[in-house]
Write a protein that binds this ligand. Structure first.
Ligand code: THU
Length: 133
């Protein structure tokens, strides 16, 4: 495993992000925060749309923020709901996170800390694109 993760700092960043959510339709604000492989904290909130299906999850904003602030990988991840409780990332967002995972990525879950492989087993990833080319 890499460096120890400051989970309370990630939780605080996720709660800060959640407070910025734009969720007038679901009234379900979400905040996500992650520690990058080089020690940055990146975060994001959900951004909904009058065309409901266009909603952007908090993790979408997070990976955009990762890329816009220098790129790199995700070492640890924390997502919260409007009460500040741990929220499991939806299936689509697990895939978004998988793309940028550090080899030792960990996620805070409702059942404690888990690895990326535990929350998205047998994942499709960039390596599969190469196999059939
Ligand atoms: N949501 C997220 O932001 N991330 C997730 O992983 C689960 C769902 C948002 C989308 C929508 O704005 C609200 O939660 C209710 O589904």
């Amino acid at each position: 495993m890499g460096n120890p993760v400051d989970w309370p700092a990630l939780e605080a960043a996720a709660v800060d992000a959640m407070r910025k959510a734009y969720a007038p339709y679901s009234k379900f604000p979400v905040g996500a925060a992650a520690l990058t492989g080089n020690g940055r904290i990146v975060s994001g909130c959900n951004v909904e749309n009058a065309s409901y299906g266009l909603t952007l999850c908090a993790e979408c904003a997070l990976v955009g923020n990762l890329q816009m602030t220098g790129g790199g990988s995700l070492r640890a991840f924390y997502c919260v709901d409007g009460n500040g409780n741990v929220l499991m990332p939806c299936g689509r967002c697990r895939q978004l996170l998988y793309e940028f995972r550090a080899p030792d990525m960990e996620l805070m879950t409702t059942q404690g800390i888990k690895t990326m492989d535990q929350v998205l087993p047998d994942a499709f990833g960039p390596e599969h694109l190469e196999e059939t080319r």
